[in-house]
Design a protein around this ligand. Structure first.
Ligand code: F6R
Ligand code: MG
Ligand code: MG
Length: 365
């Protein structure tokens, strides 16, 4: 059996102007590095892309997930790009490379990772979602809709290949534990956890009938890794489509509603997740609002055919209009919840300092 691995490894290693966009020089440097890896037969194909200030390395190869050589290659590409980011004095140059050297995996060192290995079908369409200014819990709502909600995915009702449903692996990002819940049987239990997006996130989805991988997402939370604020852990997610998986249109459908996600300015605000074309992944208003892009590919003999810019469609114009209206409504709250996140969820807070300064002025009631 010939297996293909699809690896998406991303990091914010510096941007311009401020936290808005990856600079073209970084794309160029990463492209050079991955081109060499093709010549050296380390990978079969790649695309270097970006979403906002996040540099995204998309690679196909035959080395399996969590492979030291692939992770080392990504680390090297990021590190080389950081040198240029520092030369250009790009903003927050080197931000997501938390370690001084590579130790066998990029997991825990800052970059976000989503990888899956599968036997290619006669035709294998995948969608890669990449978001900026939010965290991995942002995928909970759409992944639930895609893989458990018949009002979203009509395939559950009229395609018997989908009728056994899917199992969700959920990670507790605070406790560092995972659980598998099978749907449709355990929909209610699943929802109780994944509704808390800052703590629980869907790590992967598998087909109940044969265990085939349907989706994987990056679950790294930088602020928990580093124990201090180091930027939002803008997530990626790979979803396989068609012929026994939800159709491409069913996979994109949840994004017609720009649901509220934590992130946005200073990683401390709720805002709508706006689906945009690749060229519009440029979060400027109040450092946002949070954005998601959806390049689609056909995987063919470990090569990628694409990307097709799937949100570059006027059918998503009304989602964008709703997102902008929601953004206005949320912004009107200024520093008040529910726009501003609850204290425990904020990535920036001057509260401990303020508490200390005002400690003597609080009088018991
Ligand atoms: C970064 C982000 C931005 C920054 C904000 C303040 O991913 O979301 O909103 O948090 O621009 O950045 P600093 O503290 O670097 O001035
Ligand atoms: Mg940044
Ligand atoms: Mg970012």
């Amino acid at each position: 059996m010939v297996l293909t691995t699809l690896s998406v490894i991303k990091a914010d290693i510096g941007s311009y102007v401020g936290h808005v966009m990856v600079h073209p020089k970084l794309i160029e440097v990463a492209t050079e590095e991955l081109s060499k890896a093709i010549n050296d037969k380390i990978i079969d194909d790649f695309r270097v892309m970006s979403c906002g200030d996040d540099l995204e390395l998309i690679m196909t190869h035959g080395r399996g997930t969590d492979d030291k050589t692939i992770h080392g290659l990504a680390w090297e590409a990021f590190s080389k790009a950081v040198r240029h980011a520092k030369e250009l004095k790009l903003y927050a140059a080197g931000q997501d490379l938390l370690a001084d050297s590579f130790t066998g995996t990029v997991k825990g060192l800052g970059p976000g990772v989503a990888e899956m290995e599968f036997e290619e079908r006669a035709s294998d369409p995948v969608v890669i979602f990449m978001a900026d200014k939010t965290g991995p819990g942002a995928w909970n709502y759409p992944l639930f809709k895609i893989f458990a909600d018949p009002f979203n995915t009509i395939g559950f009702v009229i395609d018997s290949r989908l009728s056994d449903g899917f199992a969700f692996t959920v990670m507790d990002m605070v406790k560092g534990a995972r659980i598998e819940l099978k749907c449709p049987q355990e929909i209610y239990s699943l929802l109780l956890f994944i509704g808390t997006t800052g703590r629980y996130c869907i790590e992967s989805v598998h087909r109940n009938s044969d265990g085939e991988t349907a989706a994987v997402s990056s679950t790294q939370r930088l602020n928990l890794i580093a124990g201090r604020y180091v930027g939002k852990d803008d997530p990626v997610c790979i979803v396989r489509c068609q012929s026994g998986f939800p159709a491409v249109g069913e996979v994109l459908e949840p994004f017609s509603f720009p649901h509220l996600v934590p992130g946005w300015m200073r990683g401390s605000h709720n805002g709508p997740l706006m689906p945009v074309s690749l060229k519009d992944a440029k979060p400027t208003r109040f450092d946002g609002p949070p954005r998601v892009v959806a390049p689609g590919f056909q995987i063919a003999n470990r090569k990628m055919v694409g990307p097709l810019d799937l949100f570059d469609d006027l059918a998503f114009d009304s989602a964008r209009a709703k997102a902008l209206e929601l953004a206005d409504l949320m912004r009107l709250h200024g520093p008040f919840e529910p726009h501003r996140l609850q204290l425990e969820e904020m990535e920036y807070t001057s509260l401990p300092e303020l508490e200390k300064r005002l400690a003597n002025r609080w009088k018991p009631i």
